[in-house]
Design a protein around this ligand. Structure first.
Ligand code: COA
Length: 170
């Protein structure tokens, strides 16, 4: 690893989970600087706005002093070029993630040959986690305390409550 290299952990983080934080913490020990890059995934409908997701992440990582949270829009490869940071961090939770991650790593490299993707294995406790699953549990009144940071759990409860009120008001 070259001295002073930063690495970027991209995602939509709707909402951030303990699985994401596990990857952020692991990468913060490996690289001098980590940029968590939040974006809108065009294939997904988000329940938290971009700014809300950034705020939730900032609250959740405040104990890690080499991590910052920024946002980007458009192609990740273009953004990496803009900030001149070419190491991408991705978590590999299970074999099922591999095909998609492999495709994405090669596509990003095709778009910008300087980009290298580094895969980290999360703690086993988080291998089954996803943001959608956490949202579904919250929407069905389940307890999400084991899956998300405290600040996210609180906001998620409130958001789900207001979404269900809106739904039944129609
Ligand atoms: N712990 C817990 N959950 C995890 C996880 C971990 N370690 N790693 C991933 N997940 C979850 C995510 O929360 C997400 O859950 P969801 O599908 O229920 O929302 C799911 O696994 C998939 O994660 P990911 O592949 O990181 O999706 P994403 O939407 O968070 O991020 C982008 C995808 C933003 C990185 C990708 O779409 C992108 O690069 N977009 C920019 C446009 C672009 O350049 N496109 C071309 C790419 S080649």
């Amino acid at each position: 690893m070259k001295k002073g290299m930063s690495a970027v952990y991209p995602g939509s983080f709707d909402p951030p989970t303990n699985g994401h934080l596990d990857i952020i913490a692991r990468s913060s020990h490996l690289f001098p600087e980590i940029i968590v890059a939040v974006t809108d995934n065009v294939n997904k409908k988000h329940i938290f706005s971009l700014q809300e997701r950034i705020n939730l992440l900032r609250k959740s990582i405040k104990h890690l002093n080499n991590v910052s949270v920024l946002s980007f829009s458009g192609l990740l490869a273009v953004y990496l070029n803009e900030i001149q940071s070419f190491i991408l961090i991705r978590g590999l939770r299970a074999i099922s993630d591999f095909e998609y991650e492999f495709q994405m790593a090669l596509m990003n490299r095709k778009l910008n040959r300087k980009i290298e993707t580094v895969f980290l294995i999360p703690d086993r406790a988080y291998t089954f986690l996803s943001s959608s699953m956490v949202k579904e549990i919250a929407m069905l009144g389940g307890d999400t305390a084991d899956f998300v940071p405290e600040c996210v759990e609180k906001e998620l409860k409130e958001r789900v409550l207001s979404l269900s009120k809106d739904k039944y008001a129609k």
